[in-house]
Design a protein around this ligand. Sequence first.
Ligand SMILES: Cc1ncc(COP(=O)(O)O)c(C=O)c1O
Length: 383
Amino acid sequence: MNFDFATHIDRRQHPTKKWQQYDDDVLPLWIADMDFPSPPAVINALRARVDHGVFGYGGVPERLRQTLCDWSQHHYDWSIEADWQIWVPGVVPALNLAALAFSEPGQGVLTATPIYPPFLGVADNTGREAQTFALAEPETAADTWQLDVAALEAAIRPNTRVLLWCHPHNPTGRVWTPTALRQLGELAQRHDLIVVSDELHCDLILDPTQPHRPLGRVCPELAERLVTLWAPSKTFNIAGLSAACAIIADETLRRRFQRAASGLLPSVNVLGLSAAEAAYGEGEAWRQALLGVLRDNLALLQDHAAQWPDVSMSTPEATYLAWLDLRRSSLGMEAQQRLLAEARVALSDGADFGWPGFVRLNFGMPRGWLEEALQRLDRLLKA
Ligand SMILES: Cc1ncc(COP(=O)(O)O)c(C=O)c1O
């Protein structure tokens, strides 16, 4: 079946963060959503739900729970159960709730940088102590970002309670190896941490040699201290429909999470639930086609980046995000602002991820727009 990944859809027809943050002549490659329409199966399911015409309080369909169990078994060989699933309106609210549920005010919430900025806001939002450690940067272009186990261990203090982990990793696109996950798991056990594994990007694997392995499958012994966060929102481009899932095997942990959510989180929007069910249940052919498009887009980006002598980029193994190091370039720490002002391309500023001098580039867009953006960047970055 042919799917449309080429049409330039005018997203300014509706209020759209990505396209309205900057002037109209700017090409936006910043916030993490894609400019593709969602899978036809999702659009049809939404149409059918809208045609029903009644939108009172809903509930999580048993079929959705079962569909996610099947998805997990089929793609990740991880057996999860229907009642482990707590559907929530977003992954970020779940990160914050986990801090509230599993730590006391003033205790430490630890995360590795660089990192998707809302991770860095969790401690402040919840009155906890922000604790960070740095990932090990690639030493050569062929190298990848690594978990620095010694840095992680050194960052764990007596008051550290919650470790927020991102797998696959935004912004580097790294899929963590079983070895790294086991090392992390061992430290979490030894220091009695609750681990929140944000696996939102797990269905967007670009490098087939680096399959996603859920932390909960690699380290089953973490079950009593693990919250896994999944959502169809990135993969099927339905972030605006607000449906995500916290997967918690341990009943006590689950109850604590639910208590923290109670009265604060609304139930999930009925349209988001219909979209999620269609995405996981019928979206696989579309997802496979999407992965082909994203791999081609990444190859195009790499062709251009190879001609940018002062820019390094380690190849993302997952996501539609690339993390570029411009610290050696003449644009320096102002790279994001200069590229916006002079190339009219909006990227995300590494400073927001805890690493100034880097930018994050979102290549989840039709090839025509990506080509245009890369040509604009060439003018500033090419030798
Ligand atoms: C790792 C990660 N977690 C969470 C989110 C946001 O999730 P939500 O919109 O469900 O809050 C993003 C969005 O880019 C993300 O990359």
